[in-house]
Write a protein that binds this ligand. Structure first.
Ligand code: SDX
Length: 431
């Protein structure tokens, strides 16, 4: 476990406080400040949590300077090329790669939970057809707590397991139904003879009027996109799930909170925003104009799909995604996709620009994913729901890790108060 023989000495307000330094299995040491306020009467201050570890975890490790991403110790590029999404789900949930028998049992359990309660179909019909699918997903996933009463008790390990399987299994069905509802087509039920990614494509793109064959190239690319988005340490939406769960709220409500947070364009919404940006740029000769805007402090415009709080080197997922984009477009015969040309030239120019080099801004996971998803036939409004679908296993794994920790406490940060000191009420006639 952690080496607590190290400590740091803090002198503040005429006091000296010894703070333990905890060492990880890999990565930076952490300063344990849990007793700081009690001993020194001061808070730490870290809006945006740029230097704060909110928990300990054994699930995912990121080295932003080296561009490393490990899931339970396995590098993301190896998992993307050698594994598949449900096997990565097993790894994230249970900590080890499964044996063949364990994997078969897990895949069977997921497959048998892909349908949603028939009465939940009514929820979709309460939305306008032009509702963003993320609005629908937040609503329907939160409403799962109104249906699955036998997996709400988070103190029961069996109910936590059932809730985990249900969320991972049903998220593709809910995302596909949100898409079908938005395009006015009938819902398509999951099929148990299809694998996870193929089933999702089937539920999105098949129609009752004709036979639909899943393209194995697209299915493999879809599965790889799921894997690349599965988990990512304590990002904003995962931290949202952890904070919501710390109050003891049920898992469905907590995952709905994670979906809501992911929706933001600074986070999971960036894949939709990035493709819309590439379309707005339109051609390589307009790239300098947008690079200038991204560098202009008076212009709120940012290059979507660029930059990352942790990665100050290439996002290893973007590297894999870029290779996949080339493969998928080539295999689909989409030669010289103009958006891919703009993206590659934008990346080339930005990486040569000292503004981006100085600020260590590299393409992130969202930069190329939209190009693949659009080539597969998804509208931009479905990009973030697909991210949410993929990240459900990460949220659930981090949730299980926290809930099963006997030391778990409710998350309750403090603040630097800059408001008015105490003052007496003034009647309206005297104001
Ligand atoms: C995801 O956390 C995760 O792990 C998230 C994620 C996951 O898997 O869960 O990896 C998924 O959310 C990826 C990020 C997707 N978002 C985008 O692509 C949106 C565009 N990127 C930015 O908004 C930004 O880079 C963030 C939000 C991703 C990171 O912001 P930070 O870490 O708070 O950095 P910052 O805003 O303080 O920026 C540092 C500097 C600033 O300039 P200065 O004020 O120092 O002069 O870099 C600039 C920023 O203006 N900058 C950019 C930029 N990103 C940062 N300038 C132009 N274009 C950009 N994209």
């Amino acid at each position: 476990m952690t080496d607590t023989t190290k400590s740091a000495t803090l002198s503040i307000g005429g006091q000296t406080v010894e703070l333990p330094v905890l060492s990880p299995s890999v990565g930076p040491d952490v300063l344990d400040i849990r007793k700081l306020y009690a001993q020194a009467g001061v808070f730490t201050y870290d809006p945006g949590y740029t230097s704060t570890a909110s928990c300990d975890s054994t699930i995912t490790y990121i080295d932003g300077d080296e561009g490393i991403l490990l899931h339970r110790g396995y590098p993301i590029d190896q998992l993307a090329s050698k594994s598949h999404y449900l096997e990565v789900c097993y790894l994230l949930l249970y900590g080890e790669l499964p044996t063949a028998a364990q994997l078969e049992d897990f895949e069977t359990r997921i497959t048998r939970h892909t349908m949603i309660h028939e009465q939940m179909h009514n929820f979709f019909r309460g939305f306008r057809r032009d509702a963003h699918p993320m609005a629908t997903m937040v609503g329907v996933v939160g409403a799962m707590s109104a249906f699955y009463h036998d997996s709400l008790d988070i103190s029961d390990p069996w109910q936590r397991e059932v809730a985990s399987i249900r969320l991972i299994a049903k998220m593709p069905t809910i995302a596909a139904m949100a898409y079908k509802y938005s395009v006015g087509q009938p819902f398509v039920y999951p099929r148990n003879d299809l694998d996870y990614a193929a089933n999702f494509l089937h539920m999105c793109f098949s129609v009752p009027a004709e036979k639909y064959e899943v393209n194995p190239i697209l299915s493999r690319a879809m599965d790889r996109i799921f894997t690349l988005h599965a988990d990512h340490e304590q990002n904003a939406s995962t931290s949202t799930v952890r904070l919501a769960s710390s109050s003891g709220a049920n898992p469905f409500a907590c995952i709905a909170a994670g979906i809501a947070c992911l929706w933001g364009p600074a986070h999971g919404g960036a894949n939709q925003a990035c493709l819309e940006m590439l379309k707005e740029i339109g051609s390589v000769d307009r790239i300098p104009e947008f690079i200038a805007r991204a560098k202009d402090k008076n212009d709120p415009f940012r290059l979507m799909g660029f930059g990352h709080r942790v990665y100050k080197n290439f996002d290893p997922r973007a590297t894999v995604m870029k290779q996949s984009a080339d493969e998928v477009l080539d295999l689909l015969g989409i030669e010289d996709n103009p958006l891919l040309q703009v993206a590659k030239e934008l990346e080339r120019i930005a990486l040569q620009d000292e503004y981006f080099a100085d600020k260590k801004l590299f393409p992130n996971v969202d930069f190329y994913s939209g190009i693949i998803l659009e080539a597969m036939g998804f509208p931009t409004s479905m990009f973030t729901p697909i991210f949410a679908l993929s990240r459900t296993v990460g949220w659930v794994s981090q949730w299980k890790e926290m809930i099963s920790d006997p030391q778990m406490k409710i998350g309750r940060p403090r603040q630097l108060y800059l408001g008015a000191n105490q003052r007496d009420y003034v009647n309206v006639e005297n104001r």
